[in-house]
Design a protein around this ligand. Structure first.
Ligand SMILES: Cc1cc2nc3c(=O)[nH]c(=O)nc-3n(C[C@H](O)[C@H](O)[C@H](O)COP(=O)(O)OP(=O)(O)OC[C@H]3O[C@@H](n4cnc5c(N)ncnc54)[C@H](O)[C@@H]3O)c2cc1C
Length: 383
């Protein structure tokens, strides 16, 4: 990167919030209550809404409309009086404190906080599953799924659809059950990869989920998808699966440019942070949510963890911009796992315990709606 033309380069007391993710919307809400004196705060994020991803299966199942799952960014920006650049970041030079945006502008910062989530890297997915870019329906970013899912539902009114879900994590499992609820006549296959379903979860939970899938007539194929065409999914075993819609629900990776940024990253390219959410290499950079890996391994990579660090991050950004050291640390493991089955039931799992049924769904629904409501109340839309 060569230029540094932005006016904020004149002002050393500048904080850039990169991404309007689950932690940063809480930072904005906190800034609305308590501004940072003398600090120019800039938000860099392209989308007008944050889609609350833990509600995505409820959206697919038809339990929520889009409005219920979206948090508008503009009211938060207005209430917190931050500057908003509706741009994507495409590169970072952490040693020179320069962030490059997708219009070619470079902006300087004194402090940076990164909360941009993970990406489904189309190039990487295409390498492993040729045809996915052209024919697959990707879960992330949400815009495409949000726009196309109603069309799939409409198609299903005139014929029996064959739907394949590619991915074996709990997200893929949850989406498969949500689709079953929304499309009761469809033929559903979950292509889970050779390791099977939800392998990161305790064995007891895997068994419960396998049973729940079976009860809902969802065919689980423990094989790897190797090619996707308009009407067919080819598997590593050579088997071919007719499919009209293939949902790509494989996991997220780190944005490619992060590894070249100079920030300390883990082997998968996610930025490493300490218990205060501060970069392990750059004391003026913080990170939260899916884009980060806690060096102490105490937080998983999921939406609840991204949510839980919001207050910690807000406190530490306030401290560091006031010249104090960041002390707020969060050492919670996010032990409770909540999954919705789409039909008003769900699964709550913690430690070696699991509870299945309506209560689990009720609790998950209450948590998710409460989060969205709380943020809306913190910054009502302009009248
Ligand atoms: C289908 C599905 C279901 C899920 N269900 C659950 C669940 O039930 N429970 C749970 O805990 N987790 C769930 N997750 C995981 C959860 O969605 C993520 O862990 C969570 O969204 C991560 O939050 P985040 O704040 O890190 O990033 P995000 O919520 O992804 O927000 C990132 C923000 O940064 C912006 N951004 C991205 N790139 C850039 C860039 N280059 N420049 C500027 N801005 C950028 C984006 O526009 C977005 O606004 C699910 C995920 C999926 C895909």
């Amino acid at each position: 990167m060569t230029t540094a033309a932005d006016p904020s380069s004149q002002d050393p007391r500048s904080l850039v919030l990169l991404g309007a993710g689950h932690a940063h919307v809480q930072v904005l809400a906190q800034l609305a209550r308590k501004p940072l004196p003398g600090v120019q705060v800039t938000l860099v994020s392209p989308h007008p809404h944050l889609f609350h991803f833990p509600m995505v299966a409820g959206y697919v199942a038809g339990r929520y409309d889009l409005d219920a799952c979206n948090i508008a960014i503009e009211p938060l920006v207005r209430a917190s009086a931050v500057r908003w650049l509706r741009r994507n970041a495409v590169a970072l030079d952490a040693n020179r404190r320069l962030l490059r945006l997708d219009d070619g502008t470079d902006i300087n910062y004194q402090w940076l906080s990164v909360n941009i989530g993970g990406v489904q890297d189309r190039d990487r997915v295409e390498l492993n599953l040729p045809g996915a870019r052209e024919h697959g329906l990707f879960v992330r970013p949400f815009n495409a799924l949000g726009a196309l899912w109603p069309k799939v539902v409409e198609m299903a009114t005139s014929r029996t659809l064959r739907v394949a879900i590619v991915g074996g994590g709990d997200t893929a499992v949850e989406l498969a059950m949500a689709i079953r609820h929304r499309l009761p006549q469809a033929a559903l296959t979950l292509v889970s990869g050779l390791t099977g379903i939800a392998i990161q979860q305790p064995t007891a939970m895997q068994g419960i989920l396998a049973q729940a899938l079976k009860q809902r007539r969802i065919n689980v194929v423990p094989d790897r998808a190797t090619r996707l065409s308009e009407a067919e999914l080819t598997l590593a075993s050579g088997a071919r699966l007719a499919c009209d819609v293939a949902l790509i629900a494989t996991g997220v990776s780190a944005p490619g440019w992060l590894q070249a940024s100079g920030l300390a990253c883990d082997a998968d390219g996610f930025m490493t942070v300490d218990a205060c959410q501060r970069s392990c290499s750059h004391a003026n950079v913080f990170g939260a949510g899916d884009v980060s890996t806690r060096a102490d391994s105490l937080l998983p990579r999921n939406g609840r963890a991204a949510l839980s660090v919001g207050p910690t991050l807000a406190a530490n950004l306030a401290a560091i911009t006031a010249g104090q050291s960041s002390t707020a640390c969060l050492a919670r493991s996010g032990a409770l796992k909540l999954l919705g089955y789409g039909d008003g039931r769900g699964l709550a799992a913690w430690g070696g315990h699991a509870l299945q049924g309506r209560m689990a769904w009720w609790y998950k629904d209450w948590i998710d709606r409460s989060f969205v409501r709380r943020l809306r109340e913190s910054a009502p839309p302009a009248s």
